[in-house]
Design a protein. Sequence first.
Length: 222
Amino acid sequence: MILTCILKVNPQRILDVCCGCGTFTAEVAASGGHLIAVDKSHTALLRCRSAVSSDMAGYACMDARQLGFADNTFDFVYERFSLHHMANWERALDEMIRVSSDWILALEPIDDPRNEQKRNTIAAQQLFLDVQHEAGFEHYTHIGSDSLIGAFKCRNLQYEVELQRNDRVIGFDDYFFDFSRFSLATGRPDHWNKQLEALRERLGGGLLCEDDILLIRARKPR
Ligand SMILES: C[S@@+](CC[C@H](N)C(=O)[O-])C[C@H]1O[C@@H](n2cnc3c(N)ncnc32)[C@H](O)[C@@H]1O
């Protein structure tokens, strides 16, 4: 969804906010413009650097809520699946707007309890958030679509919204494939494994599914 927009508008200076390990960054880097990827994690940045082969890319370790760039430095600024990993995500949005001279894109997972699989997934996500929270990993409930859209609206941006509904089913064990990484980090894996088994029993073999995704494509008024 973001890549389609990049290919269409052909930006020259792109900022990837919270690039993570760079799988998606690598696709963007191949699109042509000069790209800077930032993340607060040194480890993520190292992985991103090795994932991106283009020499049209630069990397910087920084907090998205305090970007070390001058106003209007980039003509295309995007984040993908990251705002819900930080408290005060609106500050990151303000920074994205400040450093962009033109486009600002946000792509976030969205909850919608429209069927049993979606409701199971919301319950599963809560257990994941609880264990991650105790393990010291920042991750919050998905931002509501009204809050996200409202944040763009009240900042006087021109914007379009695209919602991708996903109902692809995921098995319980696939959803929780890296649960043990976090339960071990809490120092009380037995407690968390019991919670996991209790949830499995509560959902009674019920299926989970992928998240819906909301893309907001915004431009600064000219
Ligand atoms: C789920 S990953 C998303 C990675 C990437 N955007 C993608 O689409 O694959 C979230 C990333 O946000 C980063 N992150 C979380 N809070 C941050 C903050 N306040 N400033 C910068 N990076 C942050 C994390 O380090 C992590 O790499």
